[in-house]
Design a protein around this ligand. Structure first.
Ligand code: FNR
Length: 360
């Protein structure tokens, strides 16, 4: 592709060209038949926008707040693992892009730069994502490090009692590089018969017995707000409120965990209805266009997270690529708001979208 990319999908193509096949496959693929991965994107196509006319849209304001932090647009960076496979500067480049776009980055525990390196590299508002480990002392230490380094919230990912079967990684014999944040507390070398060692790593370190009662423990060891990521039903949204979480991320891990989990946009509204505004509901899965963001906001999300789009920007053009991906999505969202008669995010309502009854 000679010309500069004009949308996120073109950034994906550039990333595909830039990366070794094993890494591109690792980022782009999902679990098993990849049905959920594809549905995350396709389900947006079943939602139409109901534009309102003759509204003054000469000024459009995209800014919003998440947990009290003002950001320039409702677009945050999802936690994704191992950015150094995409670019030598890794998460430091991603965080700098987030800072220059004035938005929030959620750093993955599985990052290839440390909690401290990312914190000292820029002044972006950062949240830190963790899994719950069998060794609770590891979880506690990671949370303390994040707190010490000025991360503003802990995001506990709850859809990973074990790793989804990612067949591309198995075929490519994807071996996870050493994780920087692990403090050397577990030195076991993980290997697996099925080709990739990522599954073995998760099986040996993540706590599959994690349940609702453990959320209280996590809340007790930190002053930071705790969000849970991986809610896709109203039943679990109600439980999450009951145990006192400070926010919910509607997510199916970008189709990398349970295949045939519903497309996230198709369950956003049921979660939002259950939550009743008590805590912010964030959303991820399949965001590739500003219109997708508009639809998620109309169905009640406070903001969206982008996973793969940011990684593709990073792989294609480093920090500048991530920045351009965010700016593209911001511009597309702004356009959508202008065409739809919504000068501010508060003007975007449920009435601005039409979902096909029974499908969504
Ligand atoms: C992820 N995701 C993820 N989530 C998480 O909580 N911790 C993690 O370490 C990772 N790692 C990760 C790596 C890669 C390569 C991908 C693609 C995804 C899931 C991520 O946070 C988010 O839920 C999805 O990526 C959102 O879907 P899109 O935006 O990629 O369609």
């Amino acid at each position: 592709m000679g010309a500069e990319p004009v949308n996120v999908n073109e950034f994906e193509e550039l990333a595909r060209q830039a990366l070794p096949k094993m890494f591109y496959d690792h980022y782009s693929s999902g679990a098993e038949d990849q049905h959920t991965l594809k549905e995350n994107v396709k389900a947006f196509q079943k939602i139409m926008i109901r534009p309102r006319i003759l509204v003054d849209v000469s000024r459009i304001d995209l800014s919003t707040t998440v947990l009290g932090y003002k950001i320039s647009a409702p677009i945050m960076i999802a936690p994704t693992a191992r950015h150094k496979l995409a670019h030598p500067q890794g998460e430091v480049a991603t965080a700098r892009a987030a800072a220059s776009c004035n938005t929030i980055m959620i750093l993955s525990y599985m990052s290839s730069c440390t909690i401290e390196e990312v914190a000292s590299s820029c002044n972006a508002v950062r949240f830190f994502q963790i899994y719950m480990y069998k060794r609770r002392d590891i979880t506690a230490k990671l949370v303390q490090r994040a707190e010490r380094c000025g991360y503003k919230a802990i995001v506990l990912t709850v859809d990973t009692p074990r790793l989804g079967r990612r067949e591309a990684d198995i075929k490519n014999k994807m071996i996870a590089p050493q994780l920087k944040n692990f403090e050397g507390l577990i030195s076991t070398e993980f290997s697996s018969d099925d080709g990739s060692n990522v599954e073995a790593f998760v099986r040996n370190t993540f706590d599959a017995s994690l349940s609702w009662k453990d959320i209280g423990w996590l809340r007790s060891i930190t002053k930071l707000p705790v969000l849970i990521k991986g809610v896709v039903t109203h039943e679990d949204a109600l439980k999450a409120i009951e145990v006192g979480v400070d926010g919910i991320v509607v997510s199916n891990h970008g189709g990398r965990q349970l295949d045939y989990a519903p497309a996230t946009i198709s369950v956003l509204e049921e979660v939002v209805d259950a939550v009743k505004g008590k805590v912010p509901v964030l959303f991820d899965g399949g965001i590739r266009r500003g219109t997708d963001i508009f639809k998620a906001l109309a169905l009640g999300a406070q903001a969206v997270l982008i996973g793969r789009p940011a990684v593709y920007g990073l792989a294609a053009k480093g920090e500048d690529g991530v920045k351009r991906v965010i700016e593209m999505l911001k511009n597309e969202l702004e356009n959508t708001m202008a065409f739809s008669g919504c000068p501010t995010l508060k003007d975007i309502s449920r009435n601005h979208v039409r979902t096909q009854h029974g499908i969504l």
